[in-house]
Design a protein around this ligand. Structure first.
Ligand code: ZN
Length: 201
């Protein structure tokens, strides 16, 4: 039986940190040690930032982005092109596209992809919300920026069917996005090129 080095409070901090992506138990322990060593510079400001975000974080009821206001900063930005909606699987894809600076449009986060094998059907995704937004006459184009996986492409076909009959152009990212590649892992230049060279679906 190993003896305890720290009390339950620091142990809990380590356990929570270990749940973060990219952090295993060992790096979580190192991170926790840095935090407690640098209490004033790191631990206290981090705790305050976490508390503030924890109180104010919400999901945008329009596009599904995560922000501290609803509607989110993207939806309320008047300088954005309201005629284009970029459809993504996850908030991480939205943030990746924003980093690339490729689009100046609005977004719609589906919240995943259709996956019959995993029991994910149309009602599990925010497809109805997208169709509703696409009815707005101001919307002229829907860009499907879903991943090039089988499920991603199934989802793209399904969404295209649901948008049929509306006065919108449906396009998708140009090839060059690696098969099975997740948008979040692409470099900004590749993403920007894929958006610019998009093709009609
Ligand atoms: Zn939004």
């Amino acid at each position: 039986m190993s003896r305890r080095v720290t009390g339950p409070e620091i142990e809990r901090l380590v356990q929570l940190l270990a749940r973060l992506p990219g952090l295993g138990p060992r790096s979580a322990r190192r991170a926790a040690l840095q935090l407690v060593k640098r209490k004033d510079q790191l631990l206290v400001p981090l705790a305050e930032a976490l508390g503030r975000v924890g109180e104010s974080v919400r999901v945008c009821s329009t596009c599904g982005n995560i922000d501290t206001s609803d509607p989110c900063a993207v939806c309320t930005d008047p300088r954005r092109d309201a005629s284009t909606i970029v459809v993504v699987e996850d908030v991480s894809d939205l943030w990746a596209l924003e980093r690339s600076g490729a689009v100046d449009a609005r977004y719609h986060v589906l919240g995943g992809v259709l996956s019959p094998l995993n029991g994910v059907g149309p009602d599990d995704l925010d497809i109805a919300g997208l169709v509703e937004r696409a009815h707005d006459p101001a919307v002229r184009e829907v860009i499907l920026a879903v991943n090039a996986t089988v499920d991603g492409q199934t989802t793209a076909h399904y969404v295209t069917d649901r948008l049929q009959g509306l006065d919108v152009t449906v396009s998708r990212l140009a090839h060059g996005v690696p098969v099975g590649g997740e948008l979040d892992y692409l470099d900004e230049g590749t993403l920007a090129a894929a958006i610019r060279a998009r093709t009609p679906f």
